[in-house]
Design a protein around this ligand. Structure first.
Ligand code: ADP
Ligand code: MG
Length: 264
C-alpha cells in the first residue's frame, strides 16, 4: 500500500567530524503538507535539510524514507531524480557557468517555461550571467526559486527563502513558492490554498528565521529545533506568535522541563 507520508525521518543523528549536530530527529510529512522549522542560530536547521538532501560531509545514522523507500545512503543526484529539491540558505557562486546552462540541464519540461518563469521572477537579465556571481541577496533567492520551479520536485526543502530579500520582493517569493508547492497562481480563489496543495500533493519543509514567508504560505505544522532535537510541534502561526513574544529562551525553559520530566 502506498504510504500517506512522502517523507519519514526516523531517529536521525547527524555528525560533522566528531561533533554530533542532530541527536535523534523524528519527522513525518504527508503528501501535500508543508512544515516549517524554527530554531536559534546554529541549532542545526541547515544541517538537517542538507543531510536529507544527501550532501556529503555528514555522518548520518537513523533512517530517511522517501515514498516508502529507504534513501538514507543514496547519493544526492539519485535523491534529486526521485523528486527531492533544495534551495540553499547561502548558495555558492559558480564562475564560468551561466544560470541558463544550469536551468536548461534541470529542465525536463517545455523549454518555454524558462522564459516564462525567468520573466515572472524578474530574472531575464540574469540568465546569461554566471550563477550568483555578483548577485544581491534577493537576486540569489529568486534565482534559487527559478531553478526549483524548473526542476519541479515533489519534496521541496527551502532554507530561509526570504533572508536578504526586501519587502517588495518577499511577496514575489511568497507567490512563486506557493506556485512551487502546487497552488495555481492565476486561478480564482474558489478553492482554499490547502485544497489546491492537496490536489498537487507536493510537500514542503521550510526553514524560516523571520517567519515572513508564512504570511504567504499555508504551513500545516511547525517545529522548533533546539540542542539537535525537535523541542515541540504546533500550529506554525501560533508558534511564531509565541516566539515573537517570548523568544527562544522560553522554549529552552519549557524543553528542559520536558527533558527532566522524561528522565524521571
Ligand atoms: P542553523 O542552520 O540552525 O543556523 P547549521 O546547521 O548551519 O545551523 O549549523 C549547526 C552547527 O553545526 C553549528 O554549530 C555550525 O557551526 C556547525 N557546522 C555546520 N557545518 C559545519 C562544518 N562543515 N564543519 C564544522 N561545523 C559545522
Ligand atoms: Mg541555517
Amino acid at each position: 500500500m502506498k504510504s500517506e507520508f512522502l517523507l519519514e525521518v526516523k531517529n536521525l543523528h547527524v555528525s560533522i567530524g566528531d561533533k554530533e549536530i542532530l541527536k535523534g530527529i523524528n519527522l513525518k510529512i504527508k503528501r501535500g503538507q508543508t512544515h516549517a522549522i524554527f530554531g536559534p542560530n546554529g541549532s542545526g536547521k541547515t544541517t538537517f535539510i542538507n543531510a536529507l538532501m544527501g550532501f556529503s560531509g555528514y555522518r548520518v545514522k537513523g533512517k530517511i524514507i522517501f515514498r516508502g523507500e529507504d534513501i538514507t545512503h543514496l547519493p544526492i543526484n539519485e535523491r534529486a531524480e526521485r523528486g527531492m529539491g533544495i534551495s540553499f540558505q547561502r548558495p555558492p557562486a559558480i564562475k564560468g557557468v551561466q544560470l541558463q546552462q544550469l536551468i536548461t540541464a534541470a529542465n525536463k519540461k517545455d523549454g518555454k517555461l524558462i522564459a516564462k518563469y525567468a520573466n515572472a521572477l524578474n530574472l531575464m537579465d540574469f540568465l546569461k550571467r554566471d550563477i550568483n556571481v555578483g548577485f544581491s541577496g534577493g537576486e540569489i533567492k529568486r534565482a534559487e526559486l527559478l531553478q526549483l520551479i524548473i526542476q519541479d520536485p515533489d519534496m521541496i526543502f527551502l532554507d530561509e527563502p526570504e533572508s536578504g530579500v526586501d519587502l517588495e520582493n518577499i511577496a514575489l517569493i511568497g507567490e512563486y513558492t506557493n506556485h512551487l508547492l502546487g497552488r495555481r497562481v492565476e486561478s480564482g480563489q474558489e478553492k482554499t490554498i490547502k485544497e489546491q496543495y492537496r490536489e498537487k500533493r507536493k510537500s514542503g519543509l521550510i526553514i524560516t528565521h523571520t517567519g515572513h514567508i508564512l504570511d504567504y504560505i499555508e504551513a500545516d505544522s511547525g517545529h522548533i529545533l533546539m540542542d539537535g532535537k525537535f523541542a515541540c510541534e504546533a500550529n506554525p502561526r501560533e508558534m511564531l506568535h509565541t516566539l515573537k513574544e517570548c523568544g527562544f529562551n522560553e522554549c529552552y525553559r519549557c524543553f528542559r522541563k520536558e527533558e527532566d520530566h522524561d528522565k524521571k
